[in-house]
Design a protein around this ligand. Structure first.
Ligand SMILES: Nc1ncnc2c1ncn2[C@@H]1O[C@H](COP(=O)(O)OP(=O)(O)OP(=O)(O)O)[C@@H](O)[C@H]1O
Ligand SMILES: [Mg+2]
Length: 448
């Protein structure tokens, strides 16, 4: 039967149009056949069965497409994270540090970017060591005053009796020890930016005086009646909760509102863990430059520790630790190079100690979101896969690249990302005699 043969000849590629065509051919075959032989009936049945299978397959594909569409918002969010970071860089955003695509950090950076060209006061808060001063400099550097002075004042470090003179200057003889006329910080910052660090420590008397400057844009030197106009952009920072302090009567509410026209909060490092690998590499390179040495390499166990540590001192603590291990370690740094109070089991380390696999558990409270948790799990799986692979090929990167069908430089990049070194996976007895081992020997040098 020619028409039945025709049905079988139709391409097996599944499409709705193709299926409908085949069903139509089947229908017309049945309709126009006055008599069917048993063999024809069997053939039609086989074709109907195959058609049914294909319909099932197509509907499975449809379900898959729907699942993919449902997952899309998350994928889009992932994409837009990378895109947001890229967009900031493309807009020539100046940042004297490094940043990844953590959404909370990106949000702070985007606020800073928008605030920078305006003269609006900015209040930056965040725990100690989260980068508040760096952020203040970023706001200055991205604004129209970038070529003018950036003057930093630590409000917590000035004795109460010197505060006024420090901020506004004094006339010669205004008080004992005032041997000459002196400019204060506000005058020095004229046309530029004044950074009022630790503003939460400013005593109430100082707060009143500051409020006056913010309102009138003029100052008076101690011991002088003359008013001096100052055009100064104000950026303040604190690691305290100013709103709470003002509720407790320790910080003037009106000053709080004046300072916080734009409010930027920097998340603690434990809430942007995805930035840690980047910062490790950044400070490893920075320390190497300062110490004039090659960037230190980290053992997998030290790296795991650093990725999971709680960082009560935030980025500053991570920076210090990278400088310390870069200074103390030879080629390779390990747990022993950490300060004793930071090592596993010390209070700063995450609760619970190491699990059976020797890894520090990550507290759920420290994970930012489900998608972060997924990313971390996927990173862990990727790392475990690479470690297993390297063990299997005795640390031969070229061989692993061949086996997993991956471009070798891409594989090198992934190894670097996870701090894996092919050398660590070489069996000492065989590595020297392996041709590929020799070929790989230089490949992973120089990374953190
Ligand atoms: N994203 C970053 N990239 C690189 N270095 C950073 C980053 N953020 C902060 N740092 C570095 O971390 C250190 C601490 O930052 P900074 O002094 O700005 O923190 P802080 O919040 O002002 O701390 P504190 O409250 O103790 O005064 C500095 O050496 C700074 O350069
Ligand atoms: Mg600071």
């Amino acid at each position: 039967m020619k028409i039945l043969d025709q049905i079988e000849d139709i391409s097996p590629a599944i499409s709705y149009a193709g299926l409908i065509e085949r069903i139509e051919i089947l229908r017309s075959t049945l309709r126009w056949s006055s008599r069917l032989e048993r063999t024809d009936i069997d053939k039609l049945l086989r074709q109907a069965t195959s058609l049914r299978d294909e319909v099932m397959q197509l509907s499975h594909k449809e379900r898959f497409v729907q699942a993919a569409v449902a997952a899309e918002p998350e994928q889009r969010a992932e994409q837009s994270r990378g895109a947001r970071r890229q967009a900031l860089l493309e807009r020539s955003f100046i940042f004297e540090g490094t940043f990844g695509d953590n959404p909370r950090l990106l949000e702070s950076l985007e606020i800073a970017e928008k605030a920078a060209p305006t003269d609006l006061p900015v209040l930056i808060d965040g725990e100690s060591g989260t980068g508040k001063e760096l952020m203040a400099k970023v706001i200055h550097a991205n604004g129209s005053r970038s070529d003018k002075p950036f003057i930093s004042v630590n409000c917590g470090a000035i004795p109460d009796n010197l505060l006024e003179s420090e901020l506004f200057g004094h006339r010669k003889g205004a008080f004992t020890g005032a041997a000459n006329d002196r400019k204060g910080k506000f005058e020095s910052a004229h046309t530029g930016t004044i950074f009022l660090d630790e503003i939460g420590e400013l005593p109430l008397a100082g707060q009143v005086k500051l409020l006056r400057v913010l309102e009138a844009h003029e100052i008076q030197r101690v011991g002088s009646d003359e008013t001096i106009a100052v055009d100064t952009r104000i950026v303040a920072a604190t690691n305290r909760n100013l709103r709470k302090l003002s509720e407790e009567g320790k910080f003037r509410e009106d000053l709080f509102y004046r300072l916080s026209v734009i409010h930027v909060t920097l998340p603690p490092l434990r809430e942007r863990r995805d930035e840690i690998p980047l910062l490790i590499a950044w400070f490893g390179d920075e320390a190497a430059g300062t110490l004039k040495r090659r960037p230190v390499r980290l053992t997998p166990r030290l790296r795991d520790f650093l990725l999971n540590y709680a960082y009560p001192g935030n980025i500053r603590e991570l920076r210090n630790v990278m400088y310390r291990v870069s200074c103390l370690a030879g080629d390779m740094a390990d747990i022993d190079h950490l300060p004793t109070d930071m090592r596993p089991g010390a209070p700063g380390a995450l609760q619970g100690g190491a699990n059976e696999a020797g890894q520090q558990p990550i507290s759920v409270a420290n994970l930012m979101s489900l998608s972060d948790a997924k990313r971390a799990a996927s990173d862990d799986a990727e790392k475990a896969f690479l470690e297993r692979g390297l063990r299997e090929v005795n640390g031969t990167v070229a061989e692993l690249a061949r086996r997993i069908d991956m471009n070798r430089s891409h594989l090198q990049m992934l190894l670097k990302k996870h701090g894996l070194h092919s050398k660590d996976f070489r069996n000492r007895n065989t590595a020297a005699s392996t041709r590929n081992g020799a070929e790989d020997r230089d490949e992973d040098d120089g990374d953190v």
